[in-house]
Every structure is written in C-alpha cells, then in structure tokens.
Design a protein around this ligand. Sequence first.
Ligand code: AKG
Ligand code: FE2
Length: 281
Amino acid sequence: MTADREAKRGPGTRTDFVLNDQVDHYPTRTVRTSADPGDLDALVREGYLVRRGMIGADHAEELAEAVIALSEAEAGLPQAEYLPGENIYLRSLLDKDVTFHPLLRLEPALSIARTVLGPQVRVEVEARMNYPGKVGVAVPWHAHLPVIPHPLPPLFSHPHQIHCLLYLRPVTEQEGALCLLPGSHADPHTRIPLGDGDERPGEVRLYFEPGDAVLIHADLWHRSVPSTQAAGARILLLLGLVPAWIRAETSRGVDPRVRLSDRLRADGRQDTKELLGDFEW
Ligand SMILES: O=C(O)CCC(=O)C(=O)O
Ligand SMILES: [Fe+2]
C-alpha cells in the first residue's frame, strides 16, 4: 500500500468504539480506515470489496517466494493439504516464517475489518498455491463458514468474518478468474451442490495483478475458473480477520508439551475436535 494512493481515496471513516469492559474502565477504541462509508456499506451488503495495489509488486513477490519455499518444505509431509501438480494449501504462516509477520497489520484490510466487525479482531494467515502449467485446476463454488442452521436459533452467533484474499502473482484468463456471487453471504437459500463449478447468473469475475486484494465476507459464495495449460503459478494469501473472542486455542497456563486434551482428541471423533475448539474453516 502507498499512503498517497490511500489518501486520495477520500476522507475515510473514523469510528469511536466504547467497549463495555468494566474492568478496563470502558475504554474507547478509535478505528480509522481509508475506506469510505460507501465502500463499507458495499462490503456489508454485497459481501466483497476490491482493493487494488494493497501491497507493492516487490513485496508481493517476496511473499510469493516465501510461499513457494514453504510449499517445497511441506509438500511431502503426511498432513500436507496437497494435490501433487495441482495445488497446496498452507496454514499458520505466522508461525512458519517471519516474512509473513508484517501481514498482522496489513492496511487497509485490518482497519476495514475492525470497522465492520468491531475493534477486537485476530489474524490468521494462510496461503494457496495452484501449480503452473496444469489444465483445469480450480476451486468449485464454496463459502468458508458453512455453519448456519435452519431454523435460525434465537441466540445464534452469526459467523461474521472478513477474509482478505491477497494475490501475489497475476490472475489472468490463463490462471482463471475469481468469481463471486454478490449478496450470497446473506442469503440462506443459496445451496450449491458440492463440486459444482458452473457459471451462475449474477456472478462477478475478477482478475488480479500482484499486490491486489479482495475482502470477502467469509460466507460469500465464490469459485475460481479452471486454469489453462498456459497458467502461471496462482499464489495468494488468505488472511482471516476474525472476532478476537473466537479463540483459535486456549493455551493459557498449559504446558504445550503436555496437552492433556490430546487424550480426548485421540478418539478421532469430529465432534470431539469441535467441542475442544479445533474447528477449522
Ligand atoms: O484461488 C482463488 O482465487 C481463491 C481460492 C479460494 O477460494 C480458497 O482457497 O478458499
Ligand atoms: Fe475460498
């Protein structure tokens, strides 16, 4: 991001949030973002917001090379999310290479997320790479948090998260567009069968230069168009901007070498993992 480019976008938005935190004397958290109220409304209503040039091309390439290095280190591991020659998905990047650490405060993604989710968010950094030169590599229609029950319980905690897709290498017709269904994050009736990657009415197609980003609501339906033989490596980071009270782990006071709850996890049941907070998107 260049400060100049963001400054020219307009006056931006400032929100003073008073937290209902008695212990901390009801502190005020001021969030300023370069995004205008109209942009923020569009994000909430349509479920996405494109931000070109969020980082510079050189920074994008530095991050792309760090993703490639990690992919080489992890591809052979038994737990790798890896389809040889097609793609690899890498998680917990903040714990794997300090090159990713500046993404903890990536602007304007962070301030936009704090404005629409509330000032307390945490950040997860993950990456996807689709390998070059392979025809037909794509992700079919999906949303990241398929957890909404019908009927909606009266005290349901809606899974609002903002996911920032930050593209590190170009996405052209060869790599295949990212397609989004505007408004689908707020439409419980969108039910697309698993594996369906067909074009749908109203889909928006996006192409990217290195450093471009799109913020999406985690429940927005999206897919990628299959690659052609001429595709370069498609490399993107996925930043999860998540309400901070949704904890990834509860390790306070626990010796990480002796996690007794691992004995519970050992039963291999999906609902045991969920009950222990290991639920992943
Ligand atoms: O490849 C892309 O552009 C999007 C990938 C995606 O949606 C995902 O990894 O969840
Ligand atoms: Fe996705």
